[in-house]
Design a protein around this ligand. Structure first.
Ligand SMILES: [Fe+2]
Length: 315
């Protein structure tokens, strides 16, 4: 087949345009969107009737390096929100040197009631990956599921996160009294590394608090289906997770291409439900230094306002 000379020129121009658009998208994702820190605000009516409204700050996937000043400024801003409760779903750091810097930046939030779980990036230093692995449905880091020595100071990080009272939910349960509302939390270690062990329920169910108001939260880093199922079976009122980075790259009209776990792509970020239970997946604040880009899913934290149901007519 012979192309008309003008057709050849048109194809060349389209190719150049495509290359230009790709280069522009790369610059946007790598140098602009990655710094567009955003606070999402959502509302859920899941509290027992008559309970006062609470504001829960969900932070995740900070992937901090000590010199990321704009990210540190955003953490400082979040500290000024003074939420009633902070939930941190892991992947806090990208180097050992980030631990004290993170603890300092989070200090105002660490003074609030809170709880956390860890992600794989709190245990193992980030390493370059083959970008093609990104498109696999569950691109688990090679070798990371095998037991091996941690390469980051996870214990020191947990100590710094819990020094003012945040609860470490690694395969365990905890309870936080918020004044008129008892928050009962169940958490697991990172399911992406298959370290999750759903904590057994108490042999004797804890008595209801005097005010009678209980909120049950399930907390995990990576929202694998088996873990979400466990939280549903555990009667969670709300499940919180991170890990997906909202897909990290999203396409207009399509959304996330992957979730980096077995969660459906449509649930890669934000509010959805899992077997009827509200699920909030944070797109998180960062990414590995070796794949530090975002497209159509800017770095975020979420302020969830939890309220009691609206009174019915005539009440
Ligand atoms: Fe992450």
């Amino acid at each position: 087949m012979r192309l008309h000379p003008t057709a050849g020129r048109t194809l060349g121009a389209v190719g150049l345009l495509g290359l230009g658009a790709g280069a522009a998208a790369h610059v946007w994702a790598r140098h602009i969107e990655i710094h567009r820190y955003t606070l999402r605000e959502l509302e859920l009516r899941i509290l027992p009737p008559g309970t006062r409204t609470i504001r829960v700050l969900h932070i995740s996937d900070i992937h901090l390096l000590p010199d990321q000043q704009r990210k540190l400024n955003f953490l400082e801003y979040l500290g000024m929100l003074r939420p009633h409760l902070v939930i941190n779903t892991g992947d806090n750091i990208a180097s050992a040197a980030a631990v004290p810097v993170l603890a300092e930046a989070l200090e105002p939030l660490l003074q609030r009631p809170g709880a956390f779980v860890m992600g794989s990036n709190d245990m193992f230093e980030p390493a370059p990956k083959n970008p093609a692995r990104y498109l696999l449905p569950d691109p688990r880091p090679e070798g990371m599921t095998a037991p091996k020595e941690l390469t980051l100071p996870t214990g020191e990080l947990a100590r710094r996160l819990s020094e003012h009272g945040w609860k470490d939910l690694t395969n365990t349960r905890a309870s936080i009294e918020l004044g008129g509302l008892e928050v009962r939390l169940a958490g697991v270690d990172d399911p992406h590394l298959e370290r999750d062990e759903m904590p057994a329920p108490a042999a004797v169910p804890p008595p209801l608090p005097a005010h009678g108001n209980v909120l049950r939260l399930g907390v995990a880093h990576a929202p694998y289906r088996r873990v979400l199922d466990s939280f549903v079976a555990d009667d969670a009122d709300l499940i919180l997770a991170g890990h997906t980075h909202g897909g990290q790259l999203r396409l207009p009209g399509i959304g996330a291409l992957v979730t980096n776990c077995d969660l459906p792509r449509q649930q890669a970020r934000g509010l959805s439900t899992w077997q009827g239970v509200p699920l909030h997946v944070s797109a998180g604040m960062g990414a590995s230094p070796y794949s530090n880009y975002r497209f159509l899913t800017p770095p975020e934290a979420t302020l969830l306002t939890l309220r009691a149901p609206k009174p019915g007519p005539g009440k």
